[in-house]
Design a protein around this ligand. Structure first.
Ligand SMILES: [Zn+2]
Length: 312
């Protein structure tokens, strides 16, 4: 049994492909990475969140905002070159129109507030660009919070709380992947609306701090948010097999996560598990879940509708 991509809807919450386009000169239309518009166009309908991402440790101080603007320009230029295949979407109506057109809905996010100099005013500029999600941190600690890699005992600072409130006011969802555990709970306590763990798995199955504890997953669920299944082998754990990936989905489903679990492949930001080489391998996950008896409505929620609801 192999379901063709053309029978599968696709909505994924995290890819680092744009930063590769910016630095390796990749084409978004076709490249050797995990994801491109040609492959996305094979799905029944497709929507992808593209992150603006930079490792601050590799950039001279004071240059990240310029880098952020540069990557946004690359995103726009790639979409302009491929207007027949994809279009930037800000609203649910935009996404539905793109799907009706047979074009990939391209959404923008920012992975790490340091790209905005942790500045609420620059966040406002990002909102004007149509940015829909922001991570308060990536791996490196910043003025807003510790991360699950650096200073993991440090939660949100006052500046971090103010930044999060500004994001919520602007309609930008807060992405908790990478945030320290205390930072997660500080943010959850603010009650600013749906929390998105765009690319994080279950810590109960793979004890990496990038993954969500069961309590965190329930908090994301209860906020009306989503958790996107990350295909990075280190976050899947086990033998990195498809069964191991499926177990993360099933673990979330067992916590009443039918409207919470979604896709967050970390495309072009990781070493893929399951021997996969890119988005073209996703039908295998669909078939594995289908083979376990989950019906099409639930699979459509996981593969598309849950992200569509939260970002609509
Ligand atoms: Zn990440």
């Amino acid at each position: 049994m192999t379901t063709p991509a053309g029978a599968i809807p696709y909505f994924d919450g995290h890819s680092d492909t744009i930063s590769e386009c910016a630095h390796q000169g990749w084409s978004l239309r076709e490249n050797e990475g995990h994801l491109d518009l040609a492959r996305l166009s094979r799905f029944q309908k497709a929507a992808q969140v593209f992150a603006i991402f930079a490792n601050a440790a590799k950039f001279p101080e004071g240059t990240l905002w310029a880098e952020c603007q540069k990557q946004r320009e690359v995103f726009l230029a790639e979409l302009a070159k491929n207007a027949g295949l994809a279009v930037q979407c800000r609203t649910g109506a935009d996404m539905d129109a793109a799907a009706a057109d047979g074009r990939t809905a391209a959404l923008l996010s920012i992975e790490g507030a340091e790209l905005l100099d942790c500045d609420p005013e620059k966040l406002e500029t990002a909102a004007s660009w149509g940015v829909r999600l922001v991570n308060i941190t990536w791996n490196h600690v910043n003025a807003l919070s510790g991360t699950n890699k650096e200073q993991p005992d440090r939660g949100l600072t006052d500046k971090g709380r103010a930044f999060a409130r500004q994001a919520a006011r602007l309609g930008i969802l807060l992405d908790v992947s990478h945030l320290s555990d205390p930072g997660f709970w500080d943010l959850a306590e603010l009650g600013l609306g749906p929390l998105a763990a765009t690319h994080s798995n279950a810590r109960a199955l793979c004890g990496h701090p990038r993954n969500l504890t069961d309590d965190m997953f329930r908090a994301v669920r209860d906020s009306g948010g989503v958790a996107g299944l990350n295909m990075y082998e280190d976050f899947i754990g086990g033998t990195h097999s498809l069964d191991d990936a499926v177990r993360h989905v099933e673990h979330f489903l067992e916590m009443d996560g039918e409207k919470t679990v979604a896709l967050g492949g970390d495309w072009d930001g990781c070493e893929l598990a399951c021997g996969w080489t890119g988005v073209q391998d996703l039908p295998a996950l669909w078939d594995a879940l289908d083979g376990r008896g989950y019906g099409r409505p639930l699979l459509e929620d996981i593969f598309y509708n849950n992200w569509r609801r939260v970002l609509g």
